[in-house]
Design a protein around this ligand. Structure first.
Ligand SMILES: [Zn+2]
Ligand SMILES: [Zn+2]
Ligand SMILES: [Zn+2]
Length: 389
C-alpha cells in the first residue's frame, strides 16, 4: 500500500483540534488529487458504478470527497477502534443517517464541536463508511476488504443506499461457498432480504459443498435452530425438484397422447403411407407425413386389426388401442362425420359411464388439452372434411 493511500486514510484534524490528536502525528495537507490515481469504483449519484478514472477532477463527488479528506471546518470527531479518529461534519452525517443525527443530538462536546464513537469494526471500515456518507463513493479494494463491516454499519446507522451497494457487491462476486453461511446469517441480522435470498439460493444449490465448510460447522454450534430451518428448506427444495421432474414427465405423456390423437384422425381420414380409409387411393403420390406419432400408431392399428385377443383387457397393445379410441371419442367434436372406427359407438357407451369414470376421463382430457393450452374443441378433433378425403 503506497504512501498516498495511507495519507488519504488518515484524515487530518482541523486546526482547532490539533491538541486532541497529540498521540498521532499530524499528517501533511493532502496533495491535489492526481487524476491518474483517482477512485477506482465510483458510485455515481444515479447509482451506476464505473471503473477507471474520471478526468473531471471537480465533480460534486470530488468536492464532497475533498471536504471529507480535508476535514475543512469539521465539527465532529468520530472515535473508532484502536484510537482511530475521523473528522466529519455534523450536517453531512445528520443528513445521511438518522441514527447519527440522533447520536449527534445527544453527543457531548465543547461548544459547537461534538464527539461520537463507532466501535466494533475496523477503524478503516468506519472511514470508508463515513466517506460514503459524503460522496456515495468507495474504492473497489476497500469495498472488497470491508464489505462485511460496511453492511453492518449501513444497517446499524440506517443508510439504505450503502446496504444496496453491499448487497450488489456480494451478488456480483463477493459471495462464495466459503462465506455464504456467514453472509446468510448476517443478511438476516441486517435485514437485507435480497442478500438472504441470494445466499439461501447458493446454499441450496451447493448444499454438499456448503455443509462441509467451517461456516456451516460454526452455525451448527451457535444457531442449531437456523441449521434445522436450512436443512428443512433443502429437503423442500429437493422435493420441489422431484415434483418438477414428475410434472415434466407427466406433461410428456399427455403431449404424446395429444399427438397420438392427431395422428389417429390423420390416419383414419387422410391415410398415411400404406394405411388409411378403405376408399383411399394409395397409388397417388403422398405428401410426406408431418405427424411424429404416425409410425407407432400405424403399427398399433395394424396389430389391432389382426390380433386374436381383440377384447378390452386383452393384450397390452390392443388395450392401448382401445384407450386411444375411447380417448378420441371423448375428444371428438363431430362423431357423425368422423372416420375413426368406433367413434360413434364409444360416444354412446360414454353416456352410460359411471360418475367416477366420467371424472377420471374428463381430467385426462383436460390435461391432454392443457399440454397445448387449447380449448375443448380443436380442429384435429373435428372430422367434418373426412368424407371428402
Ligand atoms: Zn402419417
Ligand atoms: Zn392385441
Ligand atoms: Zn371421432
Amino acid at each position: 500500500m503506497g504512501r498516498k493511500e495511507t495519507i488519504r486514510r488518515q484524515s487530518p484534524p482541523p486546526p482547532t483540534h490539533q491538541g486532541i490528536n497529540n498521540a498521532h502525528p499530524t499528517p501533511p495537507p493532502l496533495p491535489v488529487k492526481d487524476p491518474n490515481n483517482g477512485r477506482k469504483g465510483l458510485l455515481l449519484k444515479n447509482g451506476s458504478a464505473t471503473t477507471g478514472n474520471n478526468c473531471a477532477s471537480t465533480t460534486p463527488m470530488d468536492l464532497w470527497d475533498s471536504i471529507f479528506d480535508g476535514g475543512y471546518r469539521a465539527d465532529v470527531t468520530i472515535e473508532a477502534d484502536n484510537g482511530g479518529i475521523i473528522y466529519a461534519h455534523a450536517n453531512v452525517l445528520g443528513m445521511a443517517s438518522p441514527v447519527l443525527r440522533g447520536m449527534l443530538k445527544e453527543a457531548k462536546g465543547y461548544g459547537q464541536k461534538k464527539s461520537i464513537s463507532i466501535h466494533g469494526v475496523h477503524q478503516d471500515a468506519v472511514r470508508v463508511f463515513i466517506r460514503f456518507l459524503y460522496s456515495s463513493c468507495y474504492e473497489n479494494e476497500e469495498m472488497k476488504e470491508f464489505v462485511v463491516p460496511l453492511l453492518v454499519l449501513s444497517h446499524a446507522y440506517n443508510v439504505p443506499q450503502l446496504k444496496r451497494v453491499c448487497e450488489q457487491q456480494f451478488e456480483h462476486g463477493l459471495l462464495n461457498l466459503e462465506n455464504v453461511v456467514d453472509i446468510f446469517q448476517l443478511s438476516l441480522l441486517c435485514n437485507a432480504p435480497r442478500l438472504t435470498l441470494i445466499s439461501h439460493r447458493m446454499i441450496l444449490r451447493n448444499f454438499r459443498a456448503v455443509v462441509a465448510t467451517e461456516g456451516w460447522r460454526t452455525m451448527r454450534n451457535s444457531h442449531p435452530g437456523l441449521e434445522k430451518e436450512l436443512l428443512e428448506s433443502v429437503i423442500e427444495e429437493e422435493n420441489n425438484q422431484k415434483e418438477k421432474i414428475r410434472k415434466s414427465k407427466e406433461r410428456k405423456i399427455y403431449l404424446e397422447l395429444f399427438e397420438a390423437m392427431e395422428a389417429l384422425v390423420h390416419i383414419c381420414r387422410d391415410g398415411c403411407r400404406t394405411i388409411g380409409p378403405h376408399d383411399k387411393d394409395f397409388t397417388r403420390d403422398q405428401a410426406p407425413c408431418k405427424y411424429r406419432a404416425c409410425k407407432g400408431l400405424e403399427m398399433l392399428v395394424r396389430h389391432f386389426a389382426g390380433c386374436k385377443l381383440r377384447v378390452p383387457g386383452g393384450c397390452i397393445h390392443c388395450k392401448r388401442m382401445w384407450q386411444l379410441l375411447e380417448l378420441h371419442s371423448r375428444l371428438c367434436a363431430d362423431s357423425k362425420a368422423c372416420r375413426v372406427p368406433l367413434c360413434r359407438n364409444l360416444k354412446e357407451k360414454i353416456k352410460k359411464q359411471s360418475k367416477k369414470d366420467e371424472i377420471k376421463w374428463k381430467l385426462l382430457v383436460k390435461k391432454i388439452l392443457g399440454t397445448k393450452r387449447i380449448g375443448a374443441s380443436v380442429s384435429f378433433i373435428a372430422s367434418s372434411n373426412s368424407i371428402s378425403s
